[in-house]
Structure formats: C-alpha cells, structure tokens
Design a binder for this molecule. Structure first.
Ligand SMILES: Nc1ncnc2c1ncn2[C@@H]1O[C@H](COP(=O)(O)OP(=O)(O)OP(=O)(O)O)[C@@H](O)[C@H]1O
Ligand SMILES: [Mg+2]
Length: 507
C-alpha cells in the first residue's frame, strides 16, 4: 500500500531513546517513527542495538531515557501488557509454538486472542483460522500438528498467531533467516499483504536484498545511534548505501574462495544410512576443498551431518579419514577424530550462555594447545583476543558472559570457538545466518584460510551467493539422498535450484 507520509501523523514515535546496561549505552538516543501500513526496515551490524530498541517498544526493557509516543500520547516506559494493549506484537525468532498441538490450537489456545471467542470454542477458532489463511493466501491444514510442519510453514503459523490479536504494529525480527529463497519470497509476499490491513511493520533482517525489495523506509543504526533514514517508495535504495551506513565505510560484499591446491581425500563417507529405510549416502571431501551441501530446507542435509558426527545415531555405513576407518558414536568421538561441527541451532547447541566469551571460545581448543590437565584459561586471554577481533565480535570484554551478547555476536563466538579449536574437518551448518555483512566477509576469509592450511570443509547453506562463491563442489541433497554433484561452471543458481526441486537432469 502507498503510505501517505505527508498527510498523516506517525502512529508511533520513539524519541531520543536511550538504554544503558551497567554503564554502557546500547542505545544512545534513537529517534524512530512508524506510519500506518508501512514496512520500516531496521538495519545495523550485529550488536548495533536493533533488538534492544524492539525490547523497549515491547515493554521488555525500561529505557534509560527518551519518550515513546503512540498517536500523541507519551510514555516514559511501557510494560509488556501495556505495549500489547497499544497494539504492538512481535513475531519472535525463537520457536514459541507447541509441537504437539495443532495449527489452530497454537494460534488461539492460551492466547489472549481466544477471548474473542469466549470460552474455548474450537470450531469457531478453526473457522477463523481458515478465513485468515484464505485472506492471506496461506495454504495449511488447520488441524495439522506443528511438529509435522516444515520450518517455513511453522513460521507462517507464528505470523498468524501474532496477527490473531489484531495488532496495529507488528515487529518481525529476522523472519526469513531459516528459509531458502522460495520460502523467503513467500514470507515477503505475506508481509506486504499484511500491510494492506493498515498494520505497520518493523522488519529486521540481515538479508539486505530483501530489505531493498520490501522496505518503504529503511533506518540504519550504528553503535546505538541512527545514521540515516531513507524513503524507498521507488525501490531505488541500493545495498551499498545501506552497508556503507551500517559499517561506516564501503564494504565489499562479494567474496570468493581463494584458489588453493586440492589434495588427497581426507574424509570418505560410504553408504551412510540414518535408518533402515533411508537412502545410502556416499561422498568424499579433499584437502583444501569446500564441499557445499545444497537443497531445500528439510531435504535432510542437517540430518546427514548429525549422523556423521555422532550427534544422532546412525543405522549403518563407513567413515574413513585419510583411508583409515573410524568409529564415531557420539560428538566427543567426532571431536577426537578431528571434526568441528558448527550446528544450525547455535544458541541451544553451541554455547554456554552463562560462560564468558573467553571460556566459550577456548572450551575445546585449549586442551590441545596447552599441555597438562589443570588448565587455567583465565591466564590465556591473548590466545583468544585475535580471533575475537578478527570476527568483529562486539563485546565489552572477553570476560563478558555470552548471554549479554546480541544474537549475531553469540554466533560469532561459536565460530571463534571452532576456529580456535584447530580441527581438520570443518562442518558448517548455515554458518552466516544472522551475521552482518562485514563479519560475513571476514568469516569467508577465515574459511579460505582454513582450506589454505589444508583443512577441508563441508558447508550446508541456503544462502545461494555464499554457496556459489565459496564451494569447490556442490552436492545436491534431496529427500535425504545425494541427488547430484555440481562443479565448476555448473555451480550456478539456476542449476542448483533446478536440481534441488528435483527437475529431471536431462530436461
Ligand atoms: N541484557 C543485556 N545486558 C548487557 N548488554 C546487553 C544486554 N542486551 C543487549 N546488550 C548489548 O547491547 C548491544 C546491542 O545488542 P542488540 O541485541 O540490540 O543488537 P542487535 O542489533 O539486535 O544485533 P544482532 O544483529 O546480532 O541481533 C550489544 O552490544 C549487546 O551486547
Ligand atoms: Mg538482534
């Protein structure tokens, strides 16, 4: 919808908002406004203050200064209840759905939206769910259990749930970070559709190509302050304008793996089977090589590497490292055999949130670097500082607990941990999801450096440019099986999508 910026007043104005955490300002005076029916994108590097600003708006944080103004009425602070009452709702990045309950139940039950129907009236709620889905062009069965839905469909349910309370302002914090290109396009279309109801959307994403397509306005923040707000009605803002404001200097967003010598086979996986009935998976990775795993979300890529590294049990198959068969029954076996596995779900699986940045970074690597049993890591900060600096981890110090870092910076700590661990076979599962452009480029450099040292990498990625520019070879995974291999010129977007969707090879 076309937003009338001149003829109407904003429905929300956040004026000079400050937020301090133990003496450090995460927000140092942010002014941000929002008009009915617009999509206002919020961009900034990891740790810039995007989530913090949204927490002030949702009433989770009390600001240290500034005013929040809803249609002329001013507040010094909000509570979660007041924020909801004023019409603000968030689509959380974390999954807050109940897996064993149906789509309808998740949208209404135990949610204030159910009050609309009086005492729980499932039939009415189901009818309303169907009507909502029809209106928004979502095709889902309202009785399906959440656990039987794809990640993308679960995201639609989260959006429907947020809409069920009929908000006036909807916050979407990295809504497409779990998606492949096609599903992301569906979410973008849905987001547009939502604004037709007059709902205003605050949209946070590190996918800047999405931002330039979808935003009516873009506000860029750096170090807790606004750098610029741009109008984008003509869809003419460029990614480089945004990145320059985010980082403070022009950024080369294109990075290609440096050529290095591909050597002997390091890892060979033969007939790996997850269950009795699942397909047999075989592949090799060579010294200095990056092997990309492409495929739709849910194609079974994560499951294959989880079985390989002993995170999940496997039914059968053989694993050879430099020609010698090895037994991997659990993740510690895999670490002992030289694997580094950077999982998809970093917060849950990759970090001790209560531990410091230093502890998290060194937990695996230190054993091999410093001899002796009783290692006092507190004596070895210099070993870590280089990596933390290289990856641009924004943290007050290496002694800060991981829980206090922003989402993207927590991910960087997990990457730092494995880089520091100095393993031989690296498995990266969606490594740069949620990471800002600047750190992405740095991370690619680090990947190149690993291969130059003769290590090998398996990279699962739904980020097409990343897969194309970094992989030496790409395996297409479909329905848990290796469905094809691409190399050289074949590694292009058209070919990858065609294969992943299962279009016949000789068409
Ligand atoms: N509860 C807290 N205590 C201390 N510091 C915090 C807390 N929450 C956030 N911070 C700090 O505030 C800054 C802004 O963090 P915020 O989560 O808002 O970043 P972000 O822009 O959302 O980044 P990302 O893209 O990584 O999600 C960071 O430096 C972070 O370490
Ligand atoms: Mg954030």
């Amino acid at each position: 919808m076309n937003v009338d910026y001149a003829g109407q007043k904003p429905i929300l104005e956040m004026k000079d908002i400050k937020k301090e955490f133990s003496g450090v300002y995460a927000l140092s005076g942010i002014t941000f406004d929002l008009y009915k029916g617009e999509i206002h994108c919020l961009c900034g590097e990891n740790g810039a203050g995007k989530s913090t600003l949204m927490k002030v708006l949702s009433g989770a944080y009390r600001p240290s200064g500034g005013k929040i103004c809803f249609e002329g009425k001013e507040y010094d602070t909000l509570t979660p209840a007041l924020s909801k009452e004023l019409g603000v709702n968030i689509v959380y990045q974390e999954n807050d759905l109940v897996p064993s309950m149906s789509v309808t139940e998740n949208i209404y039950v135990g949610n204030e939206a159910s009050k609309k129907f009086g005492f729980i009236d499932y039939k009415k709620m189901r009818g309303e769910t169907m009507a909502q889905m029809k209106d928004l062009g979502i095709e889902l069965n309202p009785d399906t259990k959440i656990e039987d839905l794809s990640v993308a469909d679960q995201q639609f349910v989260k959006i429907l749930k947020a809409l069920s309370v009929e908000p006036r302002i909807l916050i979407m914090d990295e809504p497409t970070s779990m998606f492949n290109v096609e599903d992301a396009a569906k979410v973008l279309k849905l987001t547009r559709k939502i604004t037709e109801r007059g709902i205003a959307i605050i949209y946070i994403s590190h996918f800047l190509n999405e931002v330039v397509q979808i935003a009516d306005r873009v506000t860029i923040i750096r170090d807790g302050a606004v750098v610029n707000t741009y109008r984008n009605e003509h869809r003419d803002i460029s990614i480089s304008t945004i990145t320059k404001d985010m980082v403070g200097r022009p950024v080369d967003t294109f990075y290609k793996k440096e050529k290095c010598r591909i050597g002997e086979v390091v890892l060979e996986v033969k007939d790996l089977q997850l269950t009795k009935d699942s397909p047999k998976v075989s592949f090799q990775v060579r010294q200095g090589e990056i092997l990309g795993f492409s495929g739709m979300v849910g194609a079974g890529r994560t499951e294959i590497v989880r079985a390989l590294t002993g995170a999940d049990p496997k039914y059968g198959g053989h694993i050879y490292i430099r020609g010698r068969e090895v037994q991997i029954k659990n993740p510690s076996d895999s670490i002992a055999q030289g694997f580094a596995h950077i999982t998809e779900d970093r917060q849950k699986l990759g970090l001790m949130l209560g531990g410091s940045v230093l502890e998290n970074t060194t937990i695996i690597g230190l054993r091999s670097k410093i001899k002796g049993w009783f290692v006092n890591i507190k004596k070895h900060p210099p070993l870590v500082e280089g990596i933390i600096r290289d990856l641009h981890v924004k943290t007050p110090s290496i002694w800060t607990e991981a829980i206090y870092l922003s989402g993207g910076n927590q991910q960087k700590v997990v990457l730092a941990k494995w880089l520091y661990a100095d393993q031989e076979i690296y498995i990266f599962d969606e490594p740069t999801r949620g990471i800002d452009v600047n750190a992405k480029a740095e991370f690619y450099k680090q990947m190149s450096a690993l291969t130059a040292q003769g290590k090998c990498i398996i990279m699962i990625s739904s980020d097409m440019p990343e897969l194309i520019s970094m992989s030496d070879r790409v395996l297409v995974i479909r329905d848990g099986a290796v469905d094809g291999e691409l190399s050289g010129e074949q590694i292009n977007e058209h070919e990858i999508i065609k294969r992943a969707l299962g279009v016949k090879k000789h068409e």
